[in-house]
Design a protein around this ligand. Structure first.
Ligand code: SF4
Length: 125
């Protein structure tokens, strides 16, 4: 049985930017697995739990400590950014290897690039 909104502090407050749209219980377009009634994406309740997808995004953000560093390295070595990423993704240095691999995923055609483009497209339509 789902909880009633008045018992879970459901409302427009967003502590630390949390909201239903990024909660693991949210069911698009306007419902929740554990709270009854119509649920607005930008509202929040005290049963909020961040979804796994959002947790992954946090991991990626932490992984990118020096944005643009691969581009600078490529310029220094006189190669394309893609070539630099390919080289680094096979490096024996674990930091360079991880950075290169992540960069390849964010490049045009990479899985993270496609996911980001899909999200932007969905938001516009
Ligand atoms: S924040 Fe509360 S109402 Fe919103 S989706 Fe999560 S559990 Fe449901």
């Amino acid at each position: 049985m789902k909880a009633r909104k008045e018992f879970v502090d459901y409302g427009p407050g967003h502590p630390h930017g949390d909201h239903c749209g990024i909660c693991r219980h949210f069911e698009a377009p306007q419902s929740c697995a554990i709270v009854a009634g119509r649920i607005a994406r930008l509202f929040w309740c005290n049963r909020f739990e961040r979804s796994g997808v959002m947790a992954k995004r946090g991991w990626i953000a932490k992984g990118i400590k020096h944005p643009g560093i691969e581009k600078r390295r490529a310029k220094e070595h006189g190669v394309s950014t893609h070539e630099q990423l390919e080289t680094d993704s096979h490096s024996s240095n674990p930091t360079l290897r991880a950075r290169g691999a992540l960069g390849l995923r964010f490049e045009k055609g990479g899985d993270l690039h496609k996911a980001r483009a899909d999200r932007r497209y969905r938001r516009k339509s």
